[in-house]
Write a protein that binds this ligand. Structure first.
Ligand SMILES: Cc1ncc(COP(=O)(O)O)c(C=O)c1O
Length: 393
């Protein structure tokens, strides 16, 4: 039983604890490419979802490349052993310093978010051969309201700037916004995207991502890779266009759980209020996005009561789950918060001044600590000159 292993992990590594299932990640990293038969296709893991180096090693081993949202994503990918040409930068609003850094690291593919960023990169990259430049698409009719992207009427200006610097705009990047499980939201726009891509005179690649959803409510519909894969293969076959996919949370959400221990139980009327030893600062999605995650007890009992699961701070929004159906719990019981592999640890912060949990990777019954638990000293990190300010008064 999986829950027995989880109990063991808590006994060994302490609570709260992020746990990642390497086999599940490995399977997903192979299943998605198998369902998208079009070639050439490059599958890119989004570091923004999870920057743990042990998991990034696995991603590299599976032959995936990297989608980087920020210079920090690139830094982590390089530390995980990816070559610079395996990293596709698709982000927004880089400063001159950022661009210089990314160029110095040797990254060669840039999907840019404005004509001004194209101009800036072309000026900074003088003398650097073989850059692949793409435009992130802003088209409200298919993307909805978004701050991201360049509008098609601006494309000729971007192309002219690139050409003036002996470069080409070779890529069109489509970002579908927040995760959606509606496969149609992707398949119905493929032809339109190809049409827009063809307006770029030097068009060579189409980059899709993110936005591919994950069914956090397990009863709900899942994104259908087979349907998407068939549709994109049909549409691109014969074009010679290189496809890049950035599936984001869809790859890794289900591989991670956050184990936590019940530290207090009380009742407000019929409702059970369960206090646990973790907080929304360790896992922010419920408070930032109002996201739902399934929470399961490690020792299940038949009786169920309406339950809120609350964090170990006084912050009024510190709810990890609301109106759940859980058994009556006792101090010391363990819970697993499911599907936290994406935007879990990656979004954890020191808000509320609780150090971050440890991270463990499991493969079958084997387990390995891949990030140690923080202690309170982390709260002092980079702080300085306290006495100096004190003495000023
Ligand atoms: C360009 C791009 N690709 C991929 C991702 C990650 O995918 P997801 O949509 O699952 O967050 C993001 C997230 O911000 C993104 O901006």
């Amino acid at each position: 039983m999986q829950t027995e292993l989880w109990q063991q992990l808590l006994a060994i590594y302490g609570s709260p604890l992020y746990v990642y299932d390497a086999d599940r990640l490995w399977q997903t990293l192979h299943q998605i490419p198998a369902q998208v038969p079009y070639r050439p296709t490059t599958f890119c893991f989004a570091v923004v979802t999870n920057g743990n180096l042990a998991l990034l090693q696995l991603v590299r081993r599976a032959g995936w490349h990297i989608h980087a949202n920020t210079p920090g994503d690139i830094y982590l990918a390089l530390k995980a052993g990816f070559a610079p040409h395996q990293i596709v930068y698709s982000g927004s609003n880089l400063s001159v310093v950022d661009m210089q850094q990314i160029l110095a690291w040797g990254v060669t593919t840039f999907n840019l978010d404005s004509v001004a960023q194209v101009q800036q990169l072309c000026e900074l990259a003088q003398g650097i051969p073989q850059l692949k430049l793409g435009l992130r698409l802003h088209e409200p009719a298919i993307i909805g309201e978004s701050r991201i992207g360049v509008q098609p009427p601006e494309f000729p200006q971007a192309v002219a700037i690139a050409r003036k610097h002996d470069r080409q705009i070779q890529g069109l990047h489509f970002y579908r916004g927040t995760g959606t499980n509606a496969t149609k939201a992707f398949t119905t726009v493929i032809d339109q995207l190809i049409g827009i891509g063809r307006t770029l005179p030097d068009w060579q690649y189409l980059d899709f991502g993110g936005g591919f959803g994950y069914p956090y409510r397990h009863s709900k519909v899942e994104f259908d890779w087979q349907t998407f894969g068939d549709a994109i293969t049909k549409a691109l076959t014969g074009t010679g266009i290189h496809l890049i996919l950035e599936p984001g949370r869809n790859v890794i959400a289900g591989c991670g759980i956050l184990l936590t221990t019940v530290v207090a139980v009380k009742y407000q009327g019929e409702k059970q209020i369960v206090g646990v030893d973790t907080t929304i600062a360790n896992f922010t999605a419920p408070s930032v996005y109002g996201d739902y995650r399934e929470i399961i007890p490690l020792q299940d009992r038949a009786e169920k009561v309406l339950t809120d699961v609350c964090g170990n701070t006084t912050y009024s929004r510190d709810y990890l789950g609301k109106n759940l159906s859980l058994p009556p719990l006792q101090i010391g019981d363990k819970l697993a918060i499911l599907d936290v592999g994406a935007y879990g640890y990656a979004m954890a912060s020191h808000f509320l001044h609780r150090p971050k949990p440890a991270e463990v990777v499991i493969k079958g019954k084997d387990h390995c600590l891949v990030r140690s638990r923080e202690d309170y000293s982390v709260l002092l990190s980079h702080q300085q000159n306290m006495e100096k300010i004190y003495e000023m008064y």
